[in-house]
Design a protein around this ligand. Structure first.
Ligand SMILES: [Zn+2]
Length: 363
């Protein structure tokens, strides 16, 4: 079974307003799930609008990440309050938690992304972390959300850093799926890869204009946020589990194992993983084009103020055995790194990262 997309999607400037009549048909007692304080006022608007429609509304905030501690606390709350749906309004971790909890309890999930940092509002997948933000595993859900509300006015209120992060994560669709899945003899997978190529081209053209420009009457902004929040999800929906992630996400997952005082966004870490993946392709697969791709990507990442080294993520790989820790986790048995069409060993990761970090420090 494959769940390609949410059942209903509302998008654009008044998406939330337009979605309201549909939401009322779907739920009488929703739980609103959120997290950060800077999105509180948006969630209050959502809660008030629903109360004005005579719905019985509860709300809970995540305390940490999309982790089992928060998940079981929210599940118990829903069971005690008889909520009949989850409305997850926030970033990727909130959306992933909401989808996971709704899936466990067999109630509908409505996703309302409040930034363009992720395609989690679309997908039938949740990434589970520890409460300290260390990646544990991804879980395939039975279906995509029942309803996705992609309200541009909500997304405009998010910091521009979240847009940059979403761009890096959406770009990964092409760089990862084209290397892991290009030999799979399945038309839908091949079409998904081609959509991710067009998605990459659009982000290379529009990404900087979207990041630096104003929202009003800026088609680049509109196209970019929809590319990150919608099209990236569609690629995953059509390609399914065969349209796989690869080294960039494997390295992301490994980097999250090292706890740092400042937290970085998912796409910010994936972006660094992409640069490292291209270096691996060059060294281990003799890919002559990888260096050119890396230069093109690096230019865009700098325009978007994205971190371009592990050092810029607040981790010195040459201290505390960090390099070994990252290499160990990247090459563990269940890692996506093994979806690459060439063999990768721990020593390859150590070499590539050490060279990469040393070179970039000198620049
Ligand atoms: Zn990702």
């Amino acid at each position: 079974m494959q769940s390609i997309s949410p059942e209903i999607i509302f998008r654009g400037n008044d998406a939330w307003k337009k979605a309201l009549p549909q939401i009322i048909k779907l739920t009488k007692s929703p739980l609103i799930l959120g997290r950060g304080i800077h999105t509180n006022s948006l969630r209050n608007k959502i809660i008030n609008d629903l109360k004005n429609q005579n719905l019985n509304v509860n709300s809970v905030d995540l305390q940490y990440d999309c982790c089992y501690e928060d998940i079981s606390r929210v599940k118990n709350f829903i069971l005690n309050n008889n909520n009949d749906s989850v409305i997850a309004a926030g970033g990727g971790k909130v959306l992933d938690s909401g989808k996971y909890i709704a899936d466990c309890l067999n109630i509908p999930c409505i996703t309302v992304p409040l930034s363009a940092s992720t395609c989690a509002g679309w997908t039938a997948l949740s990434n589970i972390y520890t409460k300290n933000g260390q990646f544990l595993k991804d879980v395939a859900l039975r279906a995509c959300p029942k309803l996705l509300v992609y309200d541009h006015k909500f997304i405009q209120t998010a910091p521009s850093r979240t847009l940059a992060s979403g761009i890096a994560d959406a770009l990964a669709k092409w760089y990862e799926s084209s290397i892991t899945s290009s030999t799979i003899d399945d038309g839908l997978v091949q079409q998904a890869i081609q959509i991710s190529r067009v998605l990459r081209d659009q982000l290379l053209i529009d990404g900087e204009k979207a990041f630096k420009g104003q929202f009003e009457n800026n088609p680049s902004w509109r196209n970019t946020v929809e590319a990150c929040g919608l099209t990236a999800g569609l690629v995953g929906g059509i390609g399914g589990e065969k349209c796989r992630t690869a080294a960039a996400h494997a390295i992301h997952n490994a980097i999250t194992q090292i706890i740092t005082p400042n937290k970085f966004l998912h796409g910010e870490i994936v972006g660094v993983g992409l640069l490292l993946q291209l270096r691996l392709e060059e060294m281990k697969n003799n890919n002559k084009l990888a260096d050119q791709s890396a230069k093109q990507l690096l230019l865009l990442m700098k325009q978007l103020n994205l971190p371009t080294t592990i050092a810029q993520l607040g981790i010195n790989v040459f201290e505390d055995h960090n390099l070994e820790k990252i290499a160990d986790f990247t090459c563990r048995d269940k890692s996506e790194i093994h979806f690459l069409p060439f063999e990768i060993h721990k020593q390859d990761i150590i070499e590539v990262i050490a060279n990469f970090e040393q070179q970039r420090i000198k620049i």
